[in-house]
Design a protein around this ligand. Structure first.
Ligand code: BTN
Length: 222
């Protein structure tokens, strides 16, 4: 595996997308000026966080794309656990501690027929990074949880190591913060409370009513 480390980048994700690679490749930055989140949102990327985009070549068949999210989310939970932080997964791609977001995951796949030619797994963890005032109610850093800073390099290296494993959907579910809980579902103009009962192998959230929700269409509030 190749590893690139930059002091500053607009976005490791955009950098990784432009790289022509022949093997799995990791791109780290100390901070990002245009950190990219899901659904066209931005991702706050102050110094002191881990900002990684990992390029994986032919990781899964296109129909099994959710497995990449499963393994990535569990890898983050295990990484935080290794540093004494108990985190959970808010379906589908956020990692939470004490009711606040500590990490976001953005996966972008390049398809070729039934294959995923290239998956770019973007992960941002608030390690020692300052949480901007306007995000204080919804985001948290490892430093705030532990009361002391961590080595950003060690967290990054542990994460990269944990990302070399495949984890099962059972493990993902074990760490889920939504299963068997009442969640507020926001789908377009609609907003309702429902109990989440299961997560399918293709990443849909199954409600008690039997209705299946895809992350593309909805957001949930814990
Ligand atoms: C989200 O919470 O919406 C996903 C956030 C993903 C952020 C990571 S940080 C590393 C990589 N580079 C980016 O610009 N975004 C991802």
């Amino acid at each position: 595996m190749k590893i690139y480390r930059y002091k500053k980048l607009p976005s490791t994700q955009e950098k990784a997308k432009r790289l022509k690679v022949k093997e799995d490749t990791a791109v780290f930055a100390d901070f990002q000026t245009k950190g990219k989140g899901t659904k066209g949102r931005s991702f706050s990327s102050e110094t002191g966080g881990v900002y990684l985009s990992l390029i994986k070549l032919y990781p899964e068949k296109a129909k099994d794309a959710f497995k990449i999210m499963v393994s990535s989310a569990v890898a983050v939970v295990k990484t935080l656990e290794a540093f004494g932080i108990k985190a959970g997964i808010k379906w589908p791609n956020d990692i939470f501690v004490s009711g606040k977001k500590i990490c976001g995951i953005l996966i972008e796949n390049e398809l070729s027929g039934e294959d995923i030619k290239k998956s770019i797994i973007g992960i941002g963890i608030n390690v020692n990074s300052k949480i901007p005032e306007e995000l204080k109610d919804i985001a948290v850093s490892a430093k705030e949880i532990l009361g002391e800073p961590l080595s950003v390099e060690s967290v990054g290296a542990t994460l990269l190591y944990n990302l070399t494993f495949d984890y099962s959907i059972e493990e993902y579910k074990k760490h889920s913060l939504v299963l068997d809980r009442a969640v507020t579902v926001v789908a377009g103009d609609e907003k309702f409370v429902a109990t989440a009962k299961d997560i399918t192998n293709t990443g849909e959230l199954v409600l008690e009513s039997g209705e299946k929700l895809s992350s593309a269409e909805i957001s949930i509030i814990l």
